[in-house]
Design a protein around this ligand. Structure first.
Ligand code: NG6
Ligand code: CA
Length: 510
């Protein structure tokens, strides 16, 4: 009897693994960093800070030079990655406050739901920033839903928004971690709670000072002022230096529990680095030459190493497809005096590489982000691809890999570019739309980029980023002028007209 039982287990493990592999069902891990620029990685030309673990992914995988987030800020890019839809189609999907409600519709297909349909266990660890709940104000003292679960994640360990805004808490499966009922959480984005010490009133309590031009002078946690105000939940609040460590461990725990379930996993690891406030783990403080921004790049690269080693030790490296990317382009001073801008200028570090602009902007550095795909045995190592690809297509492309059929009649922007993502083809996406912070859309097709005229400053002075905003129409020849220096709109009115028409069609589609 016992022998029969053992035989059944052995056989079913064999069939399960065999099935998983033969049907093309690898584990899938998306490592999604925050505000990392194209030029911040060694494999993309950076020399001042080393990123050996990410460079190794590129050496053994395929490194894309023309891959795009859909937007140059966080919330809309994440919205697109997870829902397969452009965020500008839906109101209220720009950078969200920490007390916003969930913006991803729960009744449509999402990237994690594609995996659930294929029998995967799904999880999200890290930064969320897509809103939670459907009631305002959010009650942080009970389970908050809808949230990651309703979007398609079986497991979640997140912080709600960004590291620089309240509530500064971890949430596991949509509940504040370690919350004591006697110390309930309240959050307010308008005014401080009586008795709460704020960065504005008490700069002497801060260990990292905010840039007074950019706020971040509300609630203080761990010696750092944040956007917004908060009361209570002391035990649930994080220590910034531990974020990387905690998230890495939660990732490994998730992988282990999925193996216990004998299911392949899909994990979206939304690393909080290298967003502000940059407060690296102790081991990384002062380790780079680029101030705290360089230190958190080292820490982020270390996290990638921890996870890849974790996969290797568990014998999962071969059967795990890893995608590494970022939600938007780089920024140096994004609200705190952490010497990022000064050190980068002194040493000539170009976080956006050869591309103009950065986070928030319509210029290329806003959305052209690092993008590496790693799948040993399936992708030729050290390959590069200049194909135009977009994160919005991961949903349809993974659906294609898993042979999951997206529902007929459901509108999405996601298309199947699996063969391009796996380096089997270099087929460009037909076109991409780029969304800067002011949502004056740009469209790129066949190497030509059209930028819609818009109001707004050409330079965001506080963050020192060129926006690309202009009252004039702009047209750039990205193949010959990747730095977007000469506006050719006057010279090629027909190209302008054609791209405008295409943009109109895309925005009107539903
Ligand atoms: C901006 C914040 C910035 C950062 C960003 C969100 C100010 C002045 N600046 O509004 O510090 O938090 O929002 O970054 O408040 S993102 O990567 O999540 O989009
Ligand atoms: Ca971001």
């Amino acid at each position: 009897m016992k022998r029969n039982w053992i035989l059944t287990v052995v056989l079913s493990c064999f069939f399960f693994n065999g099935f998983a592999q033969s049907a093309g069902r690898p584990n899938v891990l998306i490592i999604y960093t925050d505000d990392l620029g194209y030029g911040d990685l060694g494999c993309n030309g950076a020399t001042i800070v080393g990123t050996p673990n990410i460079d190794r992914l590129a050496q053994n995988g395929i490194n894309f030079s023309n891959a795009h987030a859909t937007a140059s800020t966080c919330t809309p890019s994440r919205y697109s990655l997870l829902s397969g839809r452009y965020a500008w189609r839906k109101k209220g999907t720009n950078i969200l406050p920490g007390d916003a409600n969930l913006v991803i519709p729960t009744n449509g297909t999402t990237l994690p739901k594609v995996f659930q349909q294929a029998g995967y266990r799904t999880g999200v660890v890290g930064k969320w920033h897509l809103g939670l709940g459907n009631q305002s104000p959010v009650d942080w003292n009970r389970e908050v839903s809808p949230g990651p679960r309703e979007v398609g994640f079986d497991y979640s360990f997140i912080f709600p928004a960004t590291a620089d805004r309240v509530p500064t808490i971890f949430m596991e499966n949509q509940r504040a971690l370690g919350l004591e009922p006697e110390d309930p959480i309240s959050v307010n984005y308008q005014q401080a709670f009586p008795g709460e010490l704020t960065g504005k009133a008490h700069p002497e309590l801060l260990k990292q000072h905010n840039d007074p031009r950019q706020g971040h002078d509300g609630h203080i946690v761990n010696g750092i002022g944040r956007i917004g105000f908060m009361k209570g939940g002391k035990r649930s609040e994080w220590t910034d230096e531990e974020l990387g460590y905690v998230f890495n461990n939660k990732v490994l725990e998730f992988i282990d529990s999925s193996r216990k379930d004998a299911k392949p996993f899909f994990l979206y690891y939304a690393i909080h680095n290298i967003h502000v406030p940059r407060m690296p783990g102790t081991e990384f403080k002062g380790k780079s030459k680029l101030g705290y921004r360089g230190d958190v790049i080292l820490e982020m690269d270390h996290s990638v190493g921890v996870i890849m080693n974790g996969l290797r030790e568990r014998g999962l490296l071969e059967n795990t497809l890893v995608v590494f990317s970022s939600d938007n382009g780089p920024v140096l001073n994004d609200g705190y005096m952490d010497r990022s801008a000064e050190t980068a200028a002194a040493l000539g570090h170009q976080p956006g590489g050869i591309y103009r602009g950065g986070k928030y902007s319509a210029f290329e550095a806003g959305t052209r982000v690092p993008f590496i795909v790693h799948w040993p045995g399936h992708i030729r190592g050290g390959a590069r691809s200049d194909a135009l690809v977009s994160q919005v297509d991961l949903m349809a492309s993974f659906a294609s890999l898993l042979q999951v059929k997206l529902p007929d009649g459901e509108f999405t922007d996601s298309r199947d570019y699996l063969s391009t993502f796996l380096g089997k083809a270099k087929r460009d996406r037909d076109f991409i739309v780029e969304q800067p912070a002011n949502s004056a859309l740009c469209i790129v097709k066949d190497g030509w980029k059209y930028m819609t005229p818009s109001k707004g400053p050409a330079l965001m002075t506080a963050v020192n980023i060129e926006t690309g905003y202009s009252a004039q129409e702009q047209l750039y020849d990205l193949k010959n002028d990747p730095g977007e220096r000469s506006n050719l709109a006057g010279k090629y009115p027909q190209r302008v007209a054609a791209l405008k028409l295409l943009l109109k069609k895309v925005t009107e589609a539903e």
